[in-house]
Design a protein around this ligand. Structure first.
Ligand code: C2O
Length: 490
């Protein structure tokens, strides 16, 4: 084999360890859960992109990675930031009569459906801001979807798998919560939360009053499946060992599962409308309003209403995809972390690396006007040497003898020396480091997309004579570069 070759495969490695029966440190005491005070301005209506909430069982690996990154960043916000994880959970505490003199309990009345809708909206925007993705949407845990043996991503009657492991790779899973009674193998009673039960509730509660409740009567979903899931995931604090989070309203929203559970309750509002039509919402219902801190990095206190909630599509800009447990083909590419230099010489080597989740996701494909770009960073060769490098994607066995017309050869790089050997050009020994971006041709980009961003990149040094050049460029290169990575760019 002529020439040296580097084959770099990016593999997304998800090391999951299922942890059960662990002992938890004492839970954070509730204290006073009144939120930070401020002067509220009226919610102006969402101005961002339409966001689509999908079933947790329909998320692909990159979407799960992004969800985890979002919660990781939420947890990392300083405690003084009103957007932070515990501050968010305390908002729920406050609005469940954590301080009855300043906020009414939103659980036993017609506030239940719109308050939780507005609350989820605000958190979804915070999470989207933290991962810099305006299309970020919360997933929903559709416990009422019948379990199917053909579904490989989980059983709706059990904890959704992304929330179960304590660790992912070497870090703590931000979706994990120590204070759960349910374990990976616990199963909910189908009679309490399954399809027949939920369909029955939706069918019987066919008027606004029955489904949404009234100023002093509860919404139909509140006492049934909603409460069941809370008490199944967590437990009453008096029980041993205490696993209080989801089992007690004042701590429930500390568990990231809370948001997936409530997204399903919220989705059933839409399912009810599909069955019974949009109700005439009473004005007393629509004028209910609450304050939350928004997603801005200098958070603003926003007053948002039940009317905003009732006009979900136009005021809040999100929608629900139908339940599914088939993750879509991943339209996402994973960007590798910065790594050390890789030697371009002296012999063939295969490097298997773990790609980390990207900070941002991109839709790719011809229709979106984006393209896939390969980045070769910090290519350096001695400044008195020329080099010719052929770069292949998805052709790990490429050699210098290959025909350069193969579309998997995405570029030929000609590096011109900057000084004559033996002379001192600028600083002695200076080397230029080149960062090169190479857009992939459409056919290769499509392969990369279907392999979810896992693309072997092969860099083959070739001699000048193989490229029609007369100059004597050796086929050996004493160079280095960083691990290649892919991005999708507009
Ligand atoms: Cu505000 Cu499920 O509780």
């Amino acid at each position: 084999m002529n020439g040296r070759m580097i084959v770099i495969g990016c593999a997304l490695l998800m090391i999951s360890s299922i942890v059960s029966g662990q002992s938890c440190p004492p839970n954070i005491p509730i204290g006073n859960c009144a939120p930070k005070a401020g002067t509220a301005t009226s919610f102006a209506g969402d101005t961002g992109s339409m966001r689509t909430r999908k079933s947790i069982f329909a998320l692909n690996a990159a979407e799960i990675a992004e969800l985890r990154l979002a919660f990781q960043r939420l947890r990392a916000l300083p405690a003084s930031d009103p957007r932070a994880w515990l501050a968010q959970a305390n908002v729920h505490c406050w609005y469940c009569a954590g301080d009855a003199s300043t906020a009414a309990d939103v659980h036993g009345t017609w506030a239940f459906m719109p308050w939780h809708r507005d609350y989820l909206y605000m958190l979804e925007k915070v999470l989207g801001q933290l991962v810099n993705n305006p299309k970020f949407a919360l997933p929903y845990w559709d416990w009422n979807t019948p379990p199917s043996t053909s579904c490989t991503t989980g059983n709706p009657l059990q904890l959704p798998p992304p929330y179960v492991p304590k660790t992912v790779g070497t870090s703590t899973n931000s979706l994990w919560d120590c204070y759960r009674k349910a374990t990976a193998t616990s199963t909910m009673a189908v009679g309490s939360v399954g399809k027949a039960r939920v369909d029955n509730i939706l069918t019987l509660n066919n008027t606004f009053d029955l489904f949404f409740g009234g100023p002093s009567t509860a919404a139909a979903l509140w006492p049934g499946p909603h409460g069941y899931v809370h008490l199944w995931v967590g437990n009453q604090p008096a029980l041993t060992p205490p696993r209080p989070d989801m089992g007690v309203l004042e701590t429930a929203a500390r568990d990231p599962l809370f948001w997936a559970h409530h997204a399903n309750i919220d989705r059933l509002w839409d399912v009810w409308i599909a069955q019974h039509g949009t109700p005439v919402y009473p004005s007393g219902f629509l004028s209910q309003n609450w304050t939350f801190w928004n997603q801005s990095s200098t958070p603003q206190l926003i007053r948002i209403t039940a009317n905003d909630a009732a006009n979900r599509a136009t005021r809040l800009h999100y929608q629900y995809a139908a339940p599914s447990c088939t993750p879509g083909p991943s339209p996402l590419l994973l960007q590798a972390e910065e790594e050390g230099l890789i030697s371009l010489t002296p012999s063939a080597q295969t490097i298997t690396t773990e790609a980390r989740q990207s900070e941002r996701k991109f839709a790719i494909g011809a229709s979106t006007g984006t393209h896939v770009v390969l980045h070769l960073d910090q290519i350096t060769v001695p400044s008195d040497q020329a080099a010719i490098l052929r770069v292949y994607v998805n052709k790990p066995a490429a050699t210098a003898a290959d025909d350069s017309s193969d579309s998997h050869m995405i570029d030929e790089i000609f590096i011109v020396p900057s000084r004559t050997p033996g002379t001192v050009h600028g600083l002695a020994g200076h080397q230029h480091a080149y960062n090169i971006k190479i857009p992939l041709p459409a056919d290769v980009a499509a392969e990369v997309e279907s392999s979810k961003g896992q693309a072997p990149v092969t860099v083959v040094p070739v001699a000048a004579t193989q490229t029609g050049l007369l100059a004597a460029v050796p086929s050996t290169v004493d160079g280095k570069m960083k691990k290649p990575y892919l991005t999708v760019e507009d």
